[in-house]
Design a protein around this ligand. Sequence first.
Ligand SMILES: NCc1[nH]cc(CCC(=O)O)c1CC(=O)O
Length: 310
Amino acid sequence: MSQNLIRIATRKSPLAMWQAEFVKAELERIHPGLVVELLPMSTKGDVILDTPLAKVGGKGLFVKELEVAMLEDKADIAVHSMKDVPVDFPEGLGLEVICEREDPRDAFVSNSYSNLEQLPHGAVVGTSSLRRQCQLRARRPDLQIKDLRGNVGTRLAKLDSGEYDAIILAAAGLIRLGLSERIASFISAEESLPANGQGAVGIECRTDDARVKALLAPLEHKTTRLRVLAERAMNTRLEGGCQVPIGAFAEIDAGQLTLRGLVGNPDGSEIITGVIQGAADDAVSLGQQLADELLGKGAKAILDAVYAKA
Ligand SMILES: NCc1[nH]cc(CCC(=O)O)c1CC(=O)O
């Protein structure tokens, strides 16, 4: 491969393309003379649109095709939303860089109401995330939760067509796509604990590709990595994919990491939460300890029941 070229395998959705373009621009800015090409492709997760993701099954629906392209040396890197990246990587590939995090919160989007409290009794809220559904139902058991799939633009169009009174999306996606004005209000992490990795972008490459790893290194954001490592470690220990009612959110202040975790059932009737604090450098161990605490409080039974239904 040319010393001057990096090929990015990316999904074709506008958000994936934005993230790939962002990495391309950063790399070209930092390394004058470097040429970065995009290789847009479809993944299984993009093709299966009519089934709730929890039922499609299989982890990594949005990343497998990109990984094959790297293993076949048709691409050098893949840019992912960390939320969608499975815990395990195929032999020969690894997550080299985690970029600085965008706003990790969920966003309330509606043309008629400014927040969750304002929604009338029985209002229809769109989300396909069991994590969001569980936390919504716990606060507002009266709401009707209706499935909502597709990329960000599709979801907004469904809201605008009147199918829903409100929808919940990751703020990060809307912000990146220049759609911040669609956010009626941000939902605090206390009200809707984000998914592990939400708002962070990661870059995967071949583990033996020293040239590419050196070029990527300046994009790494240490604090984001530690936060996401803690969140992912919790998820991994719980054996959760991204389509399970699990929330994990870490913050770092003066070297101290605070990780909050949540496991619930989709109808919100049972929610188990926990918090752990410690040195940020112990991110992985903190995530594992919090997972064990949640398992000890009954998370296992909840997750088993969710998987049995999926
Ligand atoms: N599961 C799809 C997905 N993957 C990443 C984002 C948003 C951007 C991010 O979290 O980085 C979204 C859409 C959403 O949850 O609304």
